[in-house]
Design a protein around this ligand. Structure first.
Ligand code: SF4
Ligand code: FES
Length: 269
């Protein structure tokens, strides 16, 4: 490699357009940055580089960009953002596979906290709504627990890999910041806990929680969720399974109206 080639390699840069917003109530704008190219870099490593030297292409020193990340290996779910217009995990988004300039924007279905950080409370509220846990009584030794068929285990394992990233909600046309549709992740978690041999005891409660406003009936079957899920969870199948359960319970309620519990999800809207 001659000197000119070497200099071309060392001066190669990556251009980013990054959404800046100081506060949810304030208007936002884009800042453009250039960072030195590094082989194998991902979006988070470039954001770290920008954080070290937050100077825009116009030479203006600005506040460092704010974003969320923790595990850096697609486990915590906190780094979901729109990258070149598509929601994905910033920690696994390799620069070499992205067109430049690389545009980073916060997810639009969640309130912005600052820059690329959003408030994902609605994901956790949805898990509370569907009772996404197996209740146990006390801390005494419960023994080995019921046996599970390997065929169920293999389905449940995939469902259990949800990282609550919110990508499925971001891609869903039915989800807006103004409505309270629970979304694909929570519906899939209801399926997971209803498959658990102990969790089955509360299965009717979970199915009932998917009825009513913001429940499974709000799904428009666009199937975008399954295309963006970083864990490749079969979300459309989960929605179909839980839809069937909701229909069965609705029919049961029609015939046994006096026995149907009242409250959240007491009927399909
Ligand atoms: S179902 Fe997939 S896309 Fe949705 S929150 Fe879980 S991991 Fe993310
Ligand atoms: S940093 Fe945890 S999923 Fe990306």
């Amino acid at each position: 490699m001659d000197t000119a080639q070497a200099s071309a390699v060392t001066t190669k840069t990556i251009t980013f357009r990054i959404w800046r917003q100081d506060d949810p109530a304030k208007p936002g704008h884009f800042d453009e940055f250039k960072v030195p190219y590094a082989k194998g870099a991902n979006v988070i490593s470039c954001l770290m580089e920008i954080q070290r030297n937050p100077v825009t292409v116009e030479g203006k020193r600005v506040a460092p960009v704010i974003w969320d990340a923790a595990c850096l290996e697609e486990v915590c779910g906190s780094c979901a953002m729109n990258i070149n217009g598509r929601v994905r995990m910033a920690c696994s988004a390799l620069i070499d596979k992205l067109e430049q300039p690389i545009t980073l924007e916060p997810m639009s279905k969640f309130p912005v906290v600052r820059d690329l950080t959003v408030n994902r409370d609605r994901m956790f509220d949805a898990l509370k709504r569907i009772k996404g846990w197996v209740p146990i009584d006390g801390t005494h030794n419960l023994g080995p627990g019921p046996r599970q068929a390997p065929v169920d285990q293999s389905v449940m394992y995939v469902l259990s890999t949800c990282i609550t990233c919110g990508s499925c909600l971001e891609a869903c046309p039915q989800v807006t910041q103004e409505n309270d549709f629970v979304g694909a992740a929570a519906i899939s978690q209801a399926r997971l806990f209803n498959m658990n041999p102990t969790g089955k005891m509360n299965s009717e409660e979970r199915v009932r929680s998917l009825m009513g406003p913001g429940g499974i009936q709000d799904c428009g079957k666009a199937q975008n969720c399954v295309k963006v899920c970083p864990k490749e969870i079969p979300l459309v199948t989960s929605i179909a399974v839980m839809n069937r359960e909701v229909t069965k319970l609705t029919i049961k309620d029609i015939f046994f109206q006096d026995e149907a519990p009242k409250g959240h999800g007491s009927g399909p809207g």
